[in-house]
Ligand binder design. Structure first.
Ligand code: F6R
Ligand code: MN
Length: 196
């Protein structure tokens, strides 16, 4: 993993860093995904195995704030996706569909540079939408979504979703996204996933 060694922003610290003083993240569970947890996600398997043989760095952390269930309720997650690449592919989240397929989500970028890969489950079409500081991404229902960090600093964001959304990782793990985001001449480019 070619990752820069920047100081980590922990989700517990986001509340302080962004003045969200009533969130009390330190008291909430945080999901931490390391490189080994992302097996099968990156296109270049040889680069993945070589990176993992050298190190198993922390790739991202998510703190889910889920105050109440029930019709009309909302949940949100604070995410920090660290920069880096596996081969030419930028650091990424596993990605998922919502178990309740009509459930949409709004992502709000707080810091860093990145994008969201959106793949419509019905049509199979993909879009790469910028998600960085001050950028908002609307993820429609029935859309697989993955976050990528295309910059050199942590990408910090909030995702707000219906309490009944649920998370379906299995469908993505089975077939992966159709597109990949690779660095070409220093820029992120959306390309077809290479066939193995
Ligand atoms: C919640 C949501 C985000 C992600 C987070 C990590 O519905 O989309 O909070 O959970 O970006 O990505 P995954 O969950 O794909 O590992
Ligand atoms: Mn989601």
């Amino acid at each position: 993993m070619n990752s820069s060694h920047l100081e980590k922003i922990r989700p517990e610290d986001i509340a302080v860093a962004f003045g969200l003083t009533d969130v009390r993240l330190g008291e909430r569970p945080v999901v931490r995904r390391h490189l080994a947890d992302l097996r099968g996600c990156f296109a270049d398997e040889a680069a993945f195995e070589a990176a993992l043989a050298a190190d198993n760095p922390l790739l991202y952390e998510v703190c889910a704030v889920e105050p109440a269930d029930g019709d009309g309720q909302l949940h949100y997650g604070l995410g920090v996706l660290y920069p880096g690449k596996v081969g030419d592919e930028y650091s990424l989240t596993k990605g998922h569909l919502h178990s309740h397929r009509p459930a949409a989500e709004v992502y709000i970028g707080l810091a860093g540079e990145g994008a969201m890969l959106l793949e419509d489950e019905t049509t199979g079409t993909s879009r790469l939408v910028p998600l960085g500081k001050g950028q908002i991404v609307y993820v429609p229902g029935h859309t697989a979504h993955r976050t990528v960090n295309t910059g050199s600093a942590p990408l910090v964001y909030i995702g707000v979703y219906p309490a009944n959304a649920g998370h379906d990782y299995a469908s993505i793990a089975e077939r992966n996204f159709r597109k990949v985001i690779l660095e070409r001449d220093g820029e992120p480019v959306l390309l077809d996933r290479p066939t193995r």
